[in-house]
Design a protein around this ligand. Sequence first.
Ligand code: SAH
Length: 344
Amino acid sequence: MSQPLVGMDLAELGEALGPDQPGYRARQLYDAIYRGEAPDLVQISTLPVRMREDLARRHALGLPEIERLYQSSDGTRRYLLRLEDGRTVETVLMPEGERDTICISSQVGCPVDCKFCMTALMGLERSLSAGEIVGQVLLVARDNRLRREGGRLNIVMMGQGEPLLNLENVVKATRILLDPAGFGLSPRRITVSTAGIIPKIEELGREPVRPKLAISLNASTEEMRQELMPITRKYHLKDLVEACKAYPLRSWEKLTFEYVLLRGVNDTDGDARRVVRRLANLNCKVNLIALNPGPGIPYATPEPDRVASFHEIVRRSLPCFVRKPRGLDIYAACGQLKRNAVEG
Ligand code: SAH
């Protein structure tokens, strides 16, 4: 079987339909795949039956399959999804009031060796295709009948993997998700997070269609950052801040910096003040995340009053929020995606 259809752009779908098809057929197929809810090819009712059957003989639709679904007491759902080659990857749905956030993966496992993150313990198995990135969104949106109008749906590329080490596929997936004729999300509703791959940040900035950018800061000094995130021995904090200064933000856009708080390691008032100094002059906000612990992670979560004190200091100078952990009881929270099994 040749390439799956999910992940193809309009021109590629036109080619998949074969020569001599009028252009509107490709648009109907594109619409059915990305806007519609067709669970399989033969149910795409806008196309003639023969055409659907023909297509289905040559191509799979290519949505992932649900291998396991874990349900948290806070409403979060963690999907273990099976890909075409049998590998599995995780996607998390976090409903909150009128808003839903889907956290998607960009790779199976991760090559970046952050010492506080469980996904790092998997190593990298492989990168996901654009179709596998979009497919997570289509599947979870359909499985939960999520509505996307009025800014209800948010996508964060903060699951397994380092998205900027799979930039081409991340950008292609983003184009489909943001295309008004495709999935139709607003560019304000999709964010990609990186450990700070500097040349790729510059490349992303040159893309006309791109998600918002979040950067995992996680330390206030070069030395501590290199200890916690070995990849930053190559991509220095100082250069990262310079790349952020040069990053072409859109008029409505701010950078987000994420900071994982580790008890007694990077959570002092002095760290908070250094974070403020580092980020001065950047149009940004800061999200603090108290460590989500897990087996194999040699750090502890700070006490709530330590988090509050850190927050208070940063907040005096920059917009700063404490990210509420979601799905901790099912290993669905930040840094916990490692295909962990859950009893019961
Ligand atoms: N590789 C990308 C995408 C992953 S996003 C990146 O590094 O940004 C995951 C976010 O969760 C990052 O900001 C990371 O710093 C944070 N994180 C990782 N492990 C964590 C843990 N154990 N507890 C809390 N946050 C964690």
